[in-house]
Write a protein that binds this ligand. Structure first.
Ligand SMILES: [Cu+2]
Length: 240
């Protein structure tokens, strides 16, 4: 009898423990799944789409003859940056309050980076990193300017605002071989590829847009893209 009672007691205890276990853990589980669903919903409603892929880049130009030499100049001309492309999303996007600043350095008698994408309204600083004078000027329509000659020690370094979209070609009146480009874009969604052409654009909105790959002034490729929330799209540009 006592054994039976003990068995029933044990069964009851087991049942209570089982219920307590469920009551304790199930709401937590439910809570976790609700949190996960909520986070997924937030991510989807904010449209965190991604586009990644590869742009086939032109082979770097091999400079003809010996590198440029400048009388009385210290050091040799360093190789220019390897070619890259700019990939960007074109569409109607709300304007940003602050756009920020960026930089084009003059180093080894080259502009670095050789290609800089910026959003309209960005300030660009032009520090001189060499031990001799440089100059920066442009006759390009979206931005005409001439910073005059200045040295590394001349601080603060000159700065210019780029407020019209387009291609701004940079030159130095002292070193005629120097070439740089600032690509001013009317979109907050852009990136420069790596030198192997690989790129990744993150935090993109959902919708239908045009995806462009800017390689140089004569080569811009375009593909329509339809972005779904939370999606990662693969888009390659191979010169077609
Ligand atoms: Cu120079």
């Amino acid at each position: 009898m006592l054994g039976l009672q003990g068995g029933r007691f044990e069964a009851l205890l087991n049942f209570l423990l089982f219920r307590a276990f469920h009551l304790y853990f199930f709401p937590v589980k439910r809570c976790i799944s609700f949190t996960a669903m909520f986070l997924l919903f937030v991510a989807m409603s904010q449209g965190q789409a991604v586009i990644e892929g590869k742009v086939t880049l032109p082979k770097p130009e091999i400079p003809a003859g010996t590198p440029a030499r400048y009388p009385g100049q210290v050091g040799e001309v360093a190789p220019p940056d390897r070619p890259t492309a700019v990939v960007y999303l074109e569409g109607q996007f709300p304007a940003r309050d602050t756009v920020g600043t960026n930089e084009v350095l003059q180093s080894g008698m080259q502009f670095r980076p050789a290609l800089l994408p910026v959003q309209v309204g960005t300030w660009v600083v032009f520090p001189n990193g060499d031990d001799f004078y440089h100059n920066v000027f442009s006759y390009s329509k979206p931005k005409r300017f001439d910073l005059g000659r200045y040295r590394k020690e001349d601080r603060p370094a000159p700065v210019e605002k780029f407020d019209k979209p387009g291609v701004v070609k940079l030159y130095c009146e002292i070193h005629q071989h120097m070439r740089g480009i600032i690509l001013v874009l009317d979109t907050p969604y852009f990136t420069r590829t790596q030198t192997n052409g690989i790129y990744r654009l993150e935090n993109l909105p959902a919708g239908n847009f045009s995806l462009k790959a800017w390689i140089d002034e004569k080569h811009t490729y375009e593909k329509p893209v339809s972005l779904q929330p939370g999606q990662t799209l693969q888009v390659d540009f191979n010169g077609t």
